[in-house]
Write a protein that binds this ligand. Sequence first.
Ligand SMILES: O=C(O)CCC(=O)C(=O)O
Length: 311
Amino acid sequence: MDATAPPSAPITGRPTINLIEAQIRSFREDGFLVLPAISTDAEVAKLREIFDRLFSENVGFKEGNQFDLVGRSGESGPPRLKQLINPVNYAPELRDTVFRANALSIARQLLGPEAGPAFEHAILKPARHGAATPWHQDEAHRFDANFDYNQVSIWMPLQEATLENGCMQYVPGTNHGEVLKHRSPGDDPTVHALETDPTTFDATKAVPCPLPPGGCTIHAGRTLHYAGPNNTDIPRRAYILAFEVSPKLREAERKFPWNEEKRTDDEARKRAWRKRGGVLVEVGRKLRQGFFTDPKRLIFEVRRAARAFFK
Ligand SMILES: O=C(O)CCC(=O)C(=O)O
């Protein structure tokens, strides 16, 4: 999913879990891993309340940070796949969680000690009419194709995740390939989501990953994944923390034309908000996060800001 602004979330708690060698090997081979628990029951119950409030109050909408991933511009009707970018900016109590401490520790085991938070998001598939999240690779969403990315996403459901409500599904081994051709669903560039061209992979190899509340899946930036529609009477909520090592400028040029074509309503709202002074808020959030202390990160951030400005 899109990484537009880093969360302002120092991580203070101590991790309570560690991966073993076999899990690290399995992640490297398959591009994903499933853990039965990364948080506690009490924390998950509290997070459910927080996210239900953030989604019902539509926080971040004017900043372009809350939107329907599969909605079309001008379409009326209830959203079918709501996403909130960097919820920690709207609920500071999310800064200090067992989930965050464990997720960072796991990310460092998988990516190396220099890995840090990249961004975070929450996804709500409403009861009965929650839409499928199309097949995609997260790296395809990256705004600047001319960097090499090394990232992991740690996906935690806030209730049981099942095939019926849209648990995560992965195609093993796709983490070793290139970024595949993507497009906007229905070839409509006003839709935020991306989908992989279905002729470029074999979806019959998908592995569904049902989970208890507070369990997690971990996937790499190129691992192909999908989550089905929510056909149950209960909303399917997920909280996702993404980590990365500072992206490095590539030698060979690369293009993600599907992103150049995008014309989403949330991006228009974000641009308008930045012009009204939101850009200062964003810089403040990045400063708090320490994004300007690592020279490689700084090059990446400055270049990204310049591209967003001149787009
Ligand atoms: O929660 C979902 O439906 C999809 C999540 C996803 O695509 C991701 O975390 O990269």
